[in-house]
Design a protein around this ligand. Structure first.
Ligand code: MSP
Length: 519
């Protein structure tokens, strides 16, 4: 049984609207998932929804609905969003589902039996918006809590706490000994700085039922439900456990069957945004360690998108609607811009002009034109039949392939696209310089023309394979136009010379229609 490459996104709050930030995270995770598939691995990609907590309870009440009915309604919007992004996810977790709840119950019982929890009374401030307790340390210089916390109320209540302090030094040592655990390194330094300069406060893992009913009941005290973050983080393991991964036996409800052929855990990469780093790089590893379950290999932290240099906000109308962009420009153009514009790590800035410029220069005039002219010339000058093999571009192409391979392995997705587009530009230049359209008028240049046409079409075939993780639909369309069998989803096929003499290609169809922007 080989372990599958297991990659996850954060699970989105069900009561929010799907926006550019969510789309970005899901798309880069999809590119990582597809890259590993292309590299020949079996992959499991999990995304889904975070459905419990006070915000959802309040929103359901306001809508006059039972929270489960409210979540079921919103979940369809999110499912549609996932479909529209063309994701290759293998499962979709909903934290209000039975599969997840049963694992959480098992985790809570286990940790309680092993003495990781205690009950205590707390007096302080609570932000419903962020579902978190605050202290006076969270006040700004003006004595007020930051507006991101929304309304902050003072309360006194009993709750269960998870002993984090036990694990603080271990976690520091672990992160220091495993430099790639938190990626990129600036985020790793942020976590280490936090751990070294603060004493970890124990984590409050419950909410009294009197205040919040919409959560997973605490199995050993019916007066409480589980804190939404404790519940949400465990989704990464609850689904593999429910599917039967033997390494997660401890998390499995007794009625579920072990699937000895399934190996998902530990997760290879959790892709998350920078705002939820502490939950993933501090609380989650400690939860796992307390359960004696291996840690994920990597927490991969992306930055946040702005629009036109400002925070996106529905109230000011400064938003990018992913579905509108996809409707107007096509899914692959949207995916391309996200990955090409912003490397995983820093913050990004969406501008419509930037998007349109990349569309015109890199997609329409770059890739689209290359595919189009390669197929048209082959159609026109050689009745669609591939001439005999030539190796003129073989070295340049195989160098690009091995670079892209390395870049994809390291999840340098932006760099991979840069390498691919350098090859596209060079190939377009090769065509301009060798001028097959002129040679076609000179009968004594027949052999030279054959060589050039072969190099063009074979480069296009390899390019389809290279772009597949990011632009899967375009890659498939190129393969269809080339009349290649199978899918361009295997890097192992990006070897020069696989398109054979005499193979008949199809007609070119525009991949990225030029837009009249003046309209
Ligand atoms: N439900 C929690 C995550 C629980 S994970 C066990 C949550 N949900 S969220 O809907 O608010 O955010 C989901 C993801 O979207 C997070 O990783 C967050 O960083 C990301 N983004 C939200 N807005 C974003 C941008 N403007 N830009 C990029 N990503 C952003 O947090």
């Amino acid at each position: 049984m080989t372990k599958r490459f297991y990659v996850t996104t954060a699970i989105d709050y069900v009561n929010g609207e799907p926006h550019l930030g969510h789309a970005y995270e899901k798309v880069i995770t999809d590119v990582i998932a597809r890259a590993h598939q292309s590299l020949g691995e079996e992959v499991f990609y999990l995304t889904g929804l975070d459905e419990h907590g006070q915000k959802v309870q309040q929103a359901a009440e306001a809508a006059g609905l039972d929270p489960q009915a409210y979540c079921d309604q919103l979940a369809t919007t999110w499912q549609t969003f996932v479909d529209r992004l063309g994701l290759s996810n293998n499962d979709f977790v909903r934290t209000s589902g039975a599969r997840h709840r049963e694992s959480i119950t098992a985790i809570l019982n286990h940790l309680n039996e092993e003495g990781h929890f205690y009950k205590d009374s707390y007096q302080g401030y609570y932000s419903t918006q962020q579902e978190t307790f605050l202290t006076d340390k969270d006040r700004g210089p003006d004595g007020q809590f930051d507006p991101i916390y929304g309304e902050v109320t003072e309360l006194v209540e009993e709750n269960y706490y998870f002993k984090l302090g036990w694990h603080q030094q271990w976690l520091i040592d672990y992160i220091e000994a495993n430099p790639s655990f938190v990626y990129p390194s600036c985020r790793r330094n942020e976590v280490l700085g936090f751990l070294k300069n603060n004493t970890l406060e124990d984590l409050c893992i419950t909410r009294p039922k009197s205040r919040l009913e919409w959560g997973i009941p605490l199995p050993f005290d019916p007066e409480f439900v589980t804190y939404v973050w404790f519940d949400a983080l465990a989704n990464y393991a609850s689904i593999p456990a429910a599917l039967g991964d033997p390494i997660l036996n401890k998390l499995r409800a007794p009625n579920l069957v072990v699937d000895s052929s399934l190996s998902l855990w530990p997760a290879d990469v959790h892709v998350i945004g920078k705002d939820i780093l502490k939950f993933h790089a501090v609380y989650w590893p400690i939860m796992l360690r307390a359960m004696d379950i291996p840690l994920p290999h990597q927490i991969c932290v992306h930055g946040w998108w702005q629009k036109d240099g400002e925070k996106m906000s529905k109230s000011t109308g400064n938003v990018v609607n992913p579905l509108e962009v996809i409707d107007e420009w096509g899914l692959d153009a949207f995916r391309y811009y996200l990955v090409r514009e912003l490397d995983i790590g820093p913050d990004g800035n969406w501008t419509d002009q930037g998007f349109q410029a990349r569309y015109a220069a890199e997609l329409a005039n770059g890739l689209g034109n290359l595919v189009n002219r390669s197929l048209s010339m082959l159609n026109r000058y050689r009745a669609s039949l591939v001439p005999k093999p030539s190796e003129e571009l073989a070295t340049a192409v195989s160098q690009a392939v091995s670079e892209v391979k390395k870049e994809l392995q390291q999840h340098h997705l932006q760099a991979a696209l840069q390498t691919i587009w350098t090859l596209i530009t060079k190939t377009n230049q090769y065509i301009d310089q060798t001028a097959p359209f002129k040679l076609a008028k000179q009968p004594d240049q027949k052999e030279r023309l054959d060589e050039i046409l072969y190099n063009m079409v074979e480069t296009v075939r390899v390019l389809a394979i290279l772009i597949w993780p990011t632009l899967p639909t375009t890659a498939e369309r190129i393969f269809a136009q080339l009349k290649m069998d199978g899918s361009p989803n295997r890097l192992a096929d990006a070897v020069w010379g696989q398109i054979t003499e005499g193979h008949e290609v199809g007609k070119p169809e525009p991949l990225f229609p030029r837009k009249d922007l003046a309209k």
